[in-house]
Design a protein around this ligand. Structure first.
Ligand SMILES: O=P(O)(O)O[C@H]1O[C@H](CO)[C@@H](O)[C@H]1O
Ligand SMILES: O=c1cc[nH]c(=O)[nH]1
Length: 236
């Protein structure tokens, strides 16, 4: 057990899927895993371990924002031995060709800052996805007839943005969508030599102002879960 995770050693799998929403963790575990067992509920941050096609998987909520994800990902990697961490999140689309419910696979994650900023100081580190996972995620999606958008995303520190000019700059530089966790996941994965990826579903559109309701964000994003699971075990 750690300060934030109640699981015993051995109750967390080497492969961890991380939605921001703990209720999405519950839904995904109940929908996709066999014999899913609740392994954490400290602070309501639900986590389940079960199997998918015979492979052990944990689905653990990250909470919203990079400081929250950083706590869970750090403990999962350093205390429980997680080796593959895939964020399964929602995001806002920043390009007109990206539509609501589309899937984005994040090659890079731009940010203004992350919890790792203090370490990097004058360095502008480029947080990027693990290549083997990225490739496997694209192949898994295409095999399912899903055409994902693959490219850069923006990890913001705020949901309610008082600087819309920043979103405009991101859009002008081809950034596909905005969310709040992936850049720090990629930083931590690089630091600890593990595999990190973010697979996202578009829940909002910054240009059209469309937005899906909370229940859909919790329970209807199955394609990205299937892509994440397929990618995690592509070579197993
Ligand atoms: O749906 P999740 O995975 O929480 O992701 C997105 O949704 C939250 C904001 O509503 C932020 O955590 C953002 O990254
Ligand atoms: O962080 C997020 C998530 C969904 N939609 C947004 O606009 N931002």
């Amino acid at each position: 057990m750690t300060v934030h995770i109640g699981a015993e050693k051995g109750q967390i799998a080497e492969t961890v899927l991380m939605p921001g929403d703990p209720r999405r963790a519950q839904w995904a575990a109940e929908t996709f895993l066999k014999d899913a067992e609740l392994v954490n509920e400290v602070r309501g941050m639900l986590a389940y371990t079960g199997t998918w096609n015979g492979h052990r998987v944990t689905i653990h909520g990250s909470g919203m924002g990079m400081p929250s994800l950083s706590i869970y990902a750090n403990e999962l990697i350093t205390q429980y031995g997680a080796k593959t961490l895939i964020r399964i999140g929602s995001c806002g689309a920043m390009q007109s060709h990206v539509k609501i419910r589309d899937v984005i696979i994040a090659m890079t994650a731009t940010s203004i800052s992350t919890p790792s900023r203090g370490i990097f100081r004058e360095i502008n580190f480029a947080p990027c996805a693990d290549w083997s996972l990225l490739r496997a995620a694209v192949e898994t999606a295409e095999a399912k007839g899903i055409a994902p958008h693959v490219g850069g995303i923006y990890s913001s520190d705020v949901f309610y943005d008082e600087r819309p000019d920043l979103s405009d700059i991101m859009t002008r530089h081809g950034i596909l969508g905005v969310e709040m966790e992936a850049a720090e996941l990629y930083n931590l994965a690089a630091r600890h030599g593990v595999r990190g990826l973010a697979v996202l579903t578009v829940s909002d559109h910054l240009q059209t102002k469309e937005a899906l309701p909370a229940d859909e964000r919790e329970r209807s994003f199955g394609e990205m879960v299937e892509i994440a699971l397929g990618a995690a075990f592509a070579n197993s």
